[in-house]
Design a protein around this ligand. Sequence first.
Ligand code: SF4
Length: 202
Amino acid sequence: MGGAERELDSLEARLIDAVERLGDAGRAMLRDAAKREGLSVTQAQLLLRVTSPTAGPQSTGSFARWLEVSAPTVSDAAAALVRKGLLESVPDLADSRRSSWVPTGLGGEVAERLHGWRDPLTAGLSAGSPQDRATALRVLLGTIASLNRTGRITVARTCLTCRFLSDEHPDGRAGEWCGLLEAPLGAADLRVDCPEHESAAR
Ligand code: SF4
């Protein structure tokens, strides 16, 4: 078997192909869902992020890093969402020079419908066993952590990049433990977007 064939046949190459196919399909489904609501993909992503319960208060810059776009792109998308009556800008009580975006009632309804773009993926994943899903989560989070260390993924608020993660319980037993929540973390408990995350790289 030649080098090219080995590369095509390797498990890593097939996993990358599979992730790429899922990413392409996911982007197409999100684009269709956004179109049905009369939104661009960036506007839909911003509305979903603003209404995410795990996002917490965020600046234009942090939205931009999360969406991997420029700050002006986020500002333009937010302005469009405000014009469409889906977001409103409210003053930040802690700092009068700042404001933050909150969804209007209509914005919340649109976000709820937009979330449906994930349903076909959820149905596909449900076919695997809980153990297989937990293993897949760990492998993907490990890959995200690797890309985060090399600067290819800017924001990674995951357990595997968090300073609170320990591989030992306080009583010395083996097993992952969150020092902030003071709770064990089973393989299926690892978080992808934790509001309490603090980078282990600090
Ligand atoms: S704080 Fe959040 S990201 Fe960090 S280890 Fe605990 S659950 Fe995971």
